[in-house]
Design a protein around this ligand. Structure first.
Ligand code: SF4
Length: 365
């Protein structure tokens, strides 16, 4: 990540006319209160305890972590250097020590704060600084999967659970050093968020806006989950990155072609709530996910994206060429399409297809 080109502003336009979002109006919130129809609402209720035994087990542990009581902020600052550059370097190093895959730091745009929490209480824009933590999704399982089958939730929860552990530990440590810290991690039912993460990921140079409507990192593609610690510890913010993704995604439509709900647009970027972006149809995406009869949450865009491929020397060589010259983009996209990256690899499948029906586990074909 240190060698990726840094720029002063993100590669997509961000205006100053952004409305803060009410947490009750996210796709999850709208689906849960029936705005996407009764079938989708029922699907949310069914997904909540965990449709699948492994993700139900992961959720139990995650729920436990989310109930950790915050330790008090130490009354005295630790006798360590107070230089923001030293502190930023140190906190990122702690994150890598705890096995984060990518760490970043940024100022928190006020518009990134939700306006209200799930209970309707206003959210205060309390902290100016954020440490961003990124964890990869487990690639070999995703490669084996068809992308919208039963292992979707466990793939995401593996990253969420690991993030919860790292984020809570980091926040606890920062408080012990004498600064305030607020951990921000999901998934949404855990309710640990005060901020939307995509603006932080852009500001901290973790990735660029992609056609799939989520942030794409040059080495993990779409195959990651993120979390953050908001803090008053002084930091040196990272700069946004530019690795040529806007031109690449404009030509490549592989995720849109593979999306089972046709939620990913094939056209141009639009302005949405002050952000320039390819606008995902969140209603279609959420509706498919919550009514999927043949699996849990869908990862097909993640799996089929050429940037999500692992960091082997062959893939890294292509990455380097694509980042160096936009003339390579059409050839790289044609090659990725020919490789049919969205295909499953059933011989590597290790999980069982099963689902909770009430308290009973039923096999699914
Ligand atoms: Fe962009 Fe192609 Fe990845 Fe979609 S599949 S996010 S268009 S690079």
């Amino acid at each position: 990540m240190y060698n990726i080109k840094r720029v002063d502003k993100p590669t997509t336009l961000i205006t100053d006319s952004i409305q803060r979002i009410d947490m009750r109006d996210t796709a999850y919130g709208l689906a849960a209160r029936g705005e996407y129809g009764a079938a989708v609402q029922k699907g949310v209720q069914k997904s909540l305890p965990g449709k699948y035994p492994l993700s139900a087990a992961q959720k139990d542990v995650l729920d436990h972590l989310a109930r950790v009581q915050a330790n008090a902020t130490a009354s005295q600052m630790a006798p360590i250097p107070q230089d923001p550059a030293v502190l930023t370097h140190h906190i990122k190093a702690v994150g890598y020590f705890l096995k984060a895959d990518v760490m970043g730091a940024c100022k928190v745009p006020q518009s990134a704060y939700y306006s209200h929490d799930k209970q309707g209480n206003p959210i205060e824009c309390r902290y100016e600084n954020a440490i961003v933590i990124v964890m990869r999704k487990e690639w070999s399982t995703m490669r084996a999967s068809q992308g919208s089958d039963w292992i979707g939730d466990p793939i995401s929860f593996q990253a969420y659970a690991h993030l919860a552990l790292v984020t809570e530990t980091l926040a606890n440590y920062i408080r012990r050093l004498g600064w305030e810290a607020s951990p921000q991690y999901g998934p949404s039912f855990v309710n640990k968020y005060q901020v939307l993460l995509p603006p932080l990921l852009l500001a901290a140079g973790i990735g660029e806006v992609s056609r799939a409507g989520i942030i794409l990192n040059p080495f993990l593609g779409l195959a990651f989950k993120a979390a953050a610690v908001l803090t008053d510890m002084p930091i040196v913010p990272d700069k946004p990155i530019d690795f040529g993704l806007q031109n690449f995604c404009q030509q490549c439509k592989i995720c849109a072609e593979n999306c089972p709900s046709k939620a990913i647009p094939t056209g141009d970027k639009v302005m949405y709530n002050g952000y320039e972006t390819w606008k995902l149809d969140v209603r279609r995406c959420a509706s498919f996910n919550f009514t999927n009869r043949n699996g849990t949450m869908c990862n097909r865009c993640v799996k089929s994206c050429p940037w999500s491929q692992p960091t082997t020397w062959q893939h890294n060589l292509v990455r380097a060429l694509v980042m160096r010259s936009r003339w390579i983009h059409p050839l790289a996209i044609r090659s990725a399409r020919a490789l049919k990256l969205g295909n499953a690899h059933p011989k590597d499948k290790w999980w069982f297809d099963m689902e909770y029906v009430g308290d009973e586990i039923k096999m699914r074909t």
